[in-house]
Design a protein around this ligand. Sequence first.
Ligand code: MRU
Length: 356
Amino acid sequence: MQGKYRALWLNDDGLLEVIDQTKLPFEYKTKVLKTTQEVATAIQDMTVRGAGVIGSVAAFGIYIASMEVDDDYEKLKEKALLIRESRPTAVNLMWAVDKMLELLKDSTDLVNDSKLYAIKLNNDEALESQKIAEYGCNIIERILVEKNKKKINILTHCNAGWLAVIDEGTALAPIYEALRRGIDVHVWVDETRPRNQGASLTAWELTQSGVNHTIIADNTGGHLMQSGEVDMVIVGADRVSANGDVANKIGTYLKALAADDNDVPFYVAIPASTFDFDIRDGVKEIPIELRSEDEVKYMRGVDSDGVVREVLITPKDSPAINYGFDVTPARLITGLITNKGVCEADFDKIQEKFRG
Ligand code: MRU
C-alpha cells in the first residue's frame, strides 16, 4: 500500500495524492487533488485531517495554486486565502500557508520554488515527528522504571498518528518508538465521537503496525484511571497558546480533568508549528470549530451485507450541536512533548525553549 507512512505524497505524475480518511477503516482509497478549490474542499470535508497533515497538504496546496497564477504573487496570495480559511482551529494550517507565502515573496519561479519549499516543509515535519517519538518514549521508559512495571497502558484521544502528522504522528510517535525499543505497550483508544477518529483511524493505524490496543467509549477513561488501568495519557494538539493552553479534539479537556484527579500524567505531543505565540489565553481566544449537526446525528458503518452505510441515530427533528475542539488549561498538563524536548506548559518555559 503506497503511503502507508505518509498521508500524502507527490505521485509518479507529480500530482498531490492523499489518503481519503473519510473512507477508513472500511476502504483504503486515495484522491488526487488538482486545484486550489479541491485542496480547500479536502481539508474542509476532512478527506485529510489532523493538524499537521492539514498544514502539509496546505503547503502543497500553495504549489498547486502557483500553477494557476502565472507567476503573479498577488494572485497567489488571493488563492492561498481559500486554503487558509478552510478550517479555523488547527494553527498548522495558517502557519504553513503563511510560511510558504513568506518564502515565496521574492520568487521569480513560483511553481518550481513552491514545490521545493513544500517538500522541505514536509521533510522538516517528519524529522520533528521523529524527535517527538524519541523524547516521548524516554518518558514511557521512565514511568515503567518508576512504577516497576513491564507493561505500559497509554490512553489517547482522537487520532494523532501518521494519518494526522507526517511521518509517525505526534501522540502515537512515542508508541511506535516504544514498539521498536521492545516495550510492551497497550493503548486505550477513545472512540472520539462524533466523527470517531479514534475508533476508525487510530485503531486502524495501530492495527497496521501491530500495536496492542482496545477501543473504549469516550466516557470510559475516568473509570479506567480510577482503577489504575492508565499509566499515562498522550494526546496531540491543534493549537497551543503562548501560555501552554491546548486546543485538541472535543473531549480532551474531560480526560485531562480525570487524569489530574487520579494523578495520571497527561502529556501533549506537538511539533513547533502547533504553537500560536499571538494568543496568551487559549481558553478565551482559540477559535473553536463548529461543524454540521449531522456529524452528531448520523453514524457510518458496515451493515451485515458488508455495505458501508450512514444511519440516523437520533430523533430526526432533535437539534444537535457539534463543537470540534475544546481547550485544556495549561495547569492540567504534565508536559509538552516537542521536537526540542519536553517542555512545561508555562509561558516563560515555552518562550525560553522556542523563542530564546
Ligand atoms: O478534526 P480533526 O480530526 O482534524 O482533529 C484532529 C485532532 O484533534 C488531533 O488530535 C490533532 O490534530 C492532533 S494531531 C496533529
